[in-house]
Structure formats: C-alpha cells, structure tokens
Ligand binder design. Structure first.
Ligand SMILES: C[S@@+](CC[C@H](N)C(=O)[O-])C[C@H]1O[C@@H](n2cnc3c(N)ncnc32)[C@H](O)[C@@H]1O
Length: 248
C-alpha cells in the first residue's frame, strides 16, 4: 500500500493518496490541457489550498517562503503586484492582521480579483503610470513589503516567455524602489534564463541581501523561481522620476 504524502502543513489531502485521478472527459481537449488538468487533479498542493480555503495553490508558495524567510510581519503595509485570483492577498491579510484593523494591503492585476476584506484592489496594468500613482495613493505612504507573482501569458517559445516575465520583474523592482521603506522586502517571481541579470545587479546594489528561493509548492520541473531581496537601502526613486517617465 502507498503511504499518503503530507501537505505542507503536515496533513494529507485528496489527490495525494497514491491514486492517480484522471479527468472524466478528455475529448476535444488538447494534449497539453489534458495533462494540465490531470496534474491539477493529482497535485497535493491544489487539494491542500482548496481544503484551507485559499483561492490558489500559489498561496502555499508564499506561506512556505514566508515561514522560512520571515517576509511579512504583523501590521506591515504590503503591496501585491499580479494579485489575481487572490491567494497571496488572503495569506498576507491573515499575516498582517488586516481584519483586526492592522497593516495595509493593496493589490493590482489585469484580471478581476474577488474582494478580500480590508484590502484595496485595482484592476489594471502595472505598466500604466496612472495605476502606479493610484497604488501609491492607496498605500497611503510607503510599503514594508512588495510582492510580485506577475507572470505573462506563455507563448510556448521559451526565450520569449523568459523576456516577457523578466520585463515584469523589472517593472516590479522599479515599483518596489519607489515605495519601500528603508529595511523593506521585495519578493518577486523570476524565471531563470539570463535576462534577469540586470535586475539582480540592481537589487544587489539597493538591498542588503538578495537570494533565490524555490518553495516546495513550485513545481520542480518548472523554470519558475523567486528572488527575495531584503534590507532595502532606502534610495527611493522620486515622483519627479515618475513624471519624467524615468525608469531605472
Ligand atoms: C500567477 S498569477 C498570480 C497568482 C496570485 N499570486 C495568487 O496568489 O492568486 C499571475 C498574475 O499576474 C498578472 N499580471 C501579468 N501581467 C500583469 C501586469 N502587467 N499588470 C498587472 N498584473 C499582471 C496576471 O493577470 C495573473 O493574474
């Protein structure tokens, strides 16, 4: 008999009992979408996230990275870039004590995000300067933590996908340097592939510690990883730079 594996919280979940679940109907589906559904059905982190009321398995990635690296603290002001469907917002809200009136939580995504009590959520593109200014206004000042799980739609062409996601890392870093308090933390999705080097160099200049992290819930076969930069040195970009359209 197969011993059920444990979820990240130590409990075991449906789809993780050594039984492979196959989609009921696969007619009309492409091979890749059939494989995706099968993987979802058999992924213990999908089952765990669902059982715990998270909107996405991504919430478990943030939880795992946070438990190991102490990223979010109670009462923090947190900005979440690429927040839909809202798993990271849910986790961050619990961690900062948002429903008890502590901290501040602001998110943005191109897609709709269901409300998270106490959080301010914008629908729009982070590349849009007006959105950037509105995020800063909603934060009511500075942030202690800037999170970015942004990912571009994949084209299937590896080099193109890498460049598109790295462009999102660049814009997230730019935003972080506008809003972080000295000592603040920046955590962002970072597909390894070479183009991210410039962003990493800037992070090493502006933050005390920069490291790559890969949580257990991030599929081992995926090129996805995260970069964690902590101890922001406080060399914020000014609004004048924003108005001049100046990027780093
Ligand atoms: C992996 S999902 C985020 C999952 C989220 N962390 C959660 O826990 O539910 C990546 C998100 O990035 C968003 N995104 C991609 N490009 C963006 C952009 N330019 N501006 C805002 N959001 C963007 C996508 O719409 C997508 O919802």
């Amino acid at each position: 008999m197969t011993t059920p594996k444990k979820g990240s919280s130590g409990r075991s979940y449906r789809g993780d009992a050594g039984v492979t679940i196959t989609p009921k109907k696969s007619r009309g589906r492409t091979e890749s979408s059939r494989r995706w559904i099968q993987r979802q059905l058999n992924d213990p982190f999908v089952a765990e996230a669902k059982a715990r009321g998270f909107r996405s398995r991504a919430a478990l990635k943030l939880e795992q990275m946070d438990q190991k690296n102490k990223i979010i603290k109670p009462h923090d002001a947190v900005l979440d870039l690429g927040c839909a469907p809202g798993g990271w917002l849910q986790y961050a809200s619990q961690k900062i004590g948002l429903t008890q009136g502590h901290g501040r939580l602001v998110g943005i995504d191109l897609l709709d995000t269901d409300p998270v009590p106490g959080a301010d959520i914008l629908k729009g593109d982070i590349n849009d300067d007006a959105m950037m200014r509105e995020l800063i206004r909603l934060l009511g000042g500075k942030a202690d933590v800037v999170l970015s799980d942004m990912a571009a739609d994949t084209t299937g062409h590896r080099a193109t996908d890498h460049l598109r996601t790295t462009a999102l890392l660049d814009i997230a870093l730019d935003m972080a340097c506008r809003v972080l308090n000295p000592g603040g933390v920046f955590l962002a999705k970072c597909f390894r592939g070479g183009a991210e080097k410039d962003a990493l160099d800037l992070m090493r200049r502006d933050f005390a510690i920069v490291k790559h992290v890969k949580p257990a819930a991030s599929r081992q076969e995926s090129v996805e990883s995260y970069v964690l930069a902590s101890g922001y040195r406080g060399t914020n970009i000014s609004d004048d730079d924003t108005n001049a359209g100046g990027m780093r």
